[in-house]
Design a protein. Structure first.
Length: 361
């Protein structure tokens, strides 16, 4: 069964590009495991089975093998005597040499006819000589594998062979323990990309020609009145808190609220008497601001207020290291959870998001 799985894994590897890398890795690791398990079964394990059978035959306990469990009935069964003669000791007379009368001491005589009949029966039931061996059909048709296993079982129970087997497995066990301590937890998201996808070349080139190993995340603001100065201060404080907690590498380079405030300050003469919604409308009439922030700010079609907005922040983390990625995500959640606007809410108003979060989760 294991061999069939091993062969099928390579067939899937060649036919399905989506499972190729994962299946190939599984097959490479499964092959030596199956071989080692087979050697273990025919050497170390079978020796332990034999020793356990000896323990059971000796009536020893399961764990405390040095203790022998007494049998429930140690009394020997009384075997009735087959002697039909009365051997009761009679009082001896001074001049007699035996305490048994002659009539009792003399065995009964068997007649000639009885002797002949007994002889005839003994001839009929004559047992063949022990030296004569008649081969049976089972012995004649004994399979080679059975003969080999009998020979192997005798060899494996030799003291010298047992010492070699135990020592070998102790060495293998020690080596595996050492290798286990050298393992590192790692998750390469490229393994999830199809084998023939262009994304493999893209990620490879990204590693070869850039020094940035992190990812860009979106910082979202929603379900609040973003024209409120208090909310605007909380939005800026959230970005600063992410930076101070090392959740992001640096403050966002492009943030619409910061540029919007600077633009209003520069045009205060013409924009000072307008409402926030009117100011934001004028802001996006400028083609340069529209191209830069148009897809990051959602305006209501009814009154022009900001429904939700976002900005891009860079996170300096090696996504191919699972521990670093999960630690980054946990840090993001802690910073987001302690924001005042998110208190007592199941759906946070301020939060970060990236498609790579699904891989880490």
């Amino acid at each position: 069964m294991k061999l069939k799985v091993f062969v099928c894994s390579f067939l899937v590897n060649e036919s399905d590009p989506y499972l190729s890398t994962t299946t190939y890795t599984f097959a490479i690791k499964a092959f030596p495991t199956i071989v080692i398990d087979f050697i273990y079964q025919i050497t170390f394990f079978i020796s332990l089975v034999v020793l356990d059978e000896r323990r059971i035959a000796a009536n020893r306990r399961d764990i405390c093998i040095w203790s022998i469990e007494p049998y429930e009935d140690d009394d020997e069964a009384e075997v009735p005597s087959t002697n039909t003669f009365d051997t009761t000791v009679l009082p001896q007379s001074p001049d007699s040499k035996s305490s048994i009368p002659s009539t009792l001491a003399t065995p009964p005589q068997v007649s000639t006819d009885d002797e002949s009949s007994v002889a005839d029966k003994s001839n009929d039931t004559e047992v063949p000589s022990k030296q004569t061996k008649v081969p049976t059909k089972m012995q004649e048709k004994e399979h080679f594998a059975d003969r080999f296993m009998k020979w192997f079982a005798k060899k494996i129970l030799l003291k010298s062979v047992q010492v070699v087997v135990v020592a070998s497995f102790l060495i293998i066990f020690g080596g595996m323990l050492y290798c286990a301590t050298q393992l590192k937890q790692e998750f390469d998201y490229i393994d999830m990309v199809p084998k023939e996808s262009y994304l493999r070349d893209y990620y490879t080139a990204l590693d070869d020609y850039t020094i940035r190993n992190g990812l860009n995340v979106y910082v979202f603001f929603r379900d609040v009145d973003q024209s409120d100065p208090v909310i605007q201060e909380q939005m800026e404080a959230y970005l600063e808190d992410l930076y101070d907690a090392n959740a992001i590498a640096h403050p966002p380079v492009y943030f619409w609220l910061r540029d919007f405030k600077g633009w209003v300050s520069d045009n205060n003469v013409t924009l000072g008497n307008l409402t926030f919604n009117e100011q934001i409308g004028e802001f996006f009439k400028d083609p340069s601001w529209e191209d830069l922030y148009g897809e990051h700010v959602a305006l209501s079609k009814e009154d022009g207020h900001v429904v939700e907005s976002r900005c891009i922040a860079y996170v300096d983390v090696d996504m191919r290291t699972t521990e670093a990625g999960t630690a980054m995500l946990e840090n993001m959640r802690k910073v987001t959870a302690r924001q005042p606007v998110n208190q007592d809410k199941d759906d946070w108003a301020f939060f970060t998001y990236a498609d790579d979060y699904h891989i880490l989760e």
